[in-house]
Design a protein around this ligand. Structure first.
Ligand SMILES: Cc1cc2nc3c(=O)[nH]c(=O)nc-3n(C[C@H](O)[C@H](O)[C@H](O)COP(=O)(O)OP(=O)(O)OC[C@H]3O[C@@H](n4cnc5c(N)ncnc54)[C@H](O)[C@@H]3O)c2cc1C
Length: 391
């Protein structure tokens, strides 16, 4: 029986000192004042070349990242693999602006795909579109604004990079997730990823787009993509998430005076997420799903839908995914029950993954939400271990 309350499974890979470190860390990030201070201090310290890499690496980096390079991540990959939890090597370097840097990022992503060919514990690669092109170019293409010569070149370069990554995924036979970001960049990304699916998903789903179900229009998007895929005969890969940019989306909509593309309430986003799961399961022969979520009810619903539709637990078209350092109670318990599970394992030089780490810290400041859950699970496991030692 699947249960998310089994903390022994959830933390089987964690030593007592790992647990204590996680506990301290979630306690610290639950203090929003401390997170604000930490963000400013870290940015200042990096600029001032203060020697803080060691402390970051031993604390928040260790919790949420696999290492500074692919080689350093392999220990985490191996460790997760022991419990049948796959790894998705996520080169999380942000803030690059030069064309040569975008080329380097594309090459690094291809290296993660290559690594997957010799490592059974790496079922997917992943990338963020804004890691490969200036965001302004994505924005202009999405808005249908005319590009100048330099921007046209940047967009051509982006298309070349995305094609070469998708082709590598196809040739190496490794699934590839493409993250979704702000709505004002997504039109261009959706069109590009559709082309990639048509080209590289002819035999099986290799390339996955991401649908953010906090958006009001994503069920319509899924429906029209399915019609296109049926007509042109390709498979769809779809990561389903709720969406990470809610505040930013709403602020921009208000300040620019257009209707917010985001659902009005959390319940609406939950309903749309559930409806998307149902839609994909109904068309499981055409659509492969990666459910990227830390929400237990969503995982339970997907399990229920699989059962109702006689879909085996390890069906190649259904994956559950969480981020490293979060919701191990979902990942490890599901993997133990035989479901396909893979965790994002972000990596990169400390300085460059800081924006990712700061986002994780910020999103975990709510004790009522994710952090409360993480803390109570860690405490429960600490207690269980202490009782087991006494008996
Ligand atoms: C493996 C993985 C991959 C991911 N990839 C992406 C990605 O490519 N792009 C991306 O944007 N995000 C991505 N995310 C993050 C994801 O979108 C969510 O922000 C995060 O997982 C929290 O949602 P949840 O389903 O886990 O849990 P929950 O805690 O149940 O949901 C929280 C989410 O609900 C929505 N929500 C909350 N309050 C409201 C409200 N008042 N009105 C409307 N909606 C509301 C928001 O989307 C919020 O993030 C990914 C997450 C995971 C685990």
């Amino acid at each position: 029986m699947l249960s998310f309350d089994n903390t022994e499974n959830a933390f089987s890979g964690k030593s007592d000192s790992d647990l204590n470190r996680s506990y301290m860390l979630f306690k610290m990030v639950s203090n929003s004042g401390l997170v604000k201070f930490g963000k400013s201090f870290t940015n200042f310290a990096i600029k001032a070349h203060l020697p803080i890499n060691g402390i970051i690496k031993a604390t928040i980096f260790k919790q949420f990242c696999g290492g500074e390079n692919i080689h350093e991540c392999l220990k985490t990959v191996e460790e997760l693999g022991k419990y049948n939890v796959g790894s998705i090597l996520d080169y999380s370097v942000e803030g690059k602006t030069k064309e040569s840097e975008f080329d380097e990022t594309a090459e690094e992503i291809i290296r993660t795909l290559k690594e997957a060919t010799t490592n059974a514990h790496i079922p997917f690669g992943v990338f963020k579109p804004t890691g490969l092109v200036p965001i302004e170019v994505l924005e202009k293409v999405s808005a249908g604004t005319k590009l100048n010569a330099e921007e046209t070149q940047a967009w051509e370069n982006m298309k070349r990079r995305v094609d070469s990554i998708c082709k590598s995924a196809h040739d190496y036979n490794v699934h590839l997730l493409i993250d979704a970001e702000e709505t004002w960049t997504q039109v261009a990304v959706d069109a590009l990823v559709r082309d990639m699916m048509e080209q590289y998903n002819k035999e099986k789903p290799i390339v996955f787009n991401t649908a953010q179900m906090y958006r009001r229009d994503r069920l319509i998007y899924l429906d029209s993509l399915l019609k296109d895929a049926q007509e042109k005969n390709y498979f769809i890969g779809m990561k389903l998430v709720r969406g990470a940019y809610m505040e930013k989306e709403r602020e921009r909509a208000t300040s620019m005076g257009y209707p917010s593309p985001i659902n009005d309430t959390k319940a609406d986003s939950d309903n749309e997420y559930n409806a998307a799961l149902e839609f994909c399961i109904k068309h499981i022969d055409r659509i492969a799903i990666c459910a990227g979520s830390h929400n237990e009810a969503s995982a339970e619903l997907l399990v229920k839908l699989m059962g109702q539709n006689n879909i085996p637990k390890n069906h190649p078209n259904v994956w559950f995914s969480q981020l490293l350092g979060m919701s191990d109670h979902i990942s490890f318990n599901m993997a133990k029950e035989g479901y396909n599970v893979a965790k994002y394992v972000p990596y990169g030089p400390i300085k460059n993954v800081l924006p990712y780490l700061i986002r994780r810290a910020q999103e975990n400041t709510s004790v009522k939400g994710q952090t409360g859950r993480e803390l109570s699970l860690i405490m429960k496991e600490k207690e269980r271990r202490s009782k087991a030692r006494k008996s």
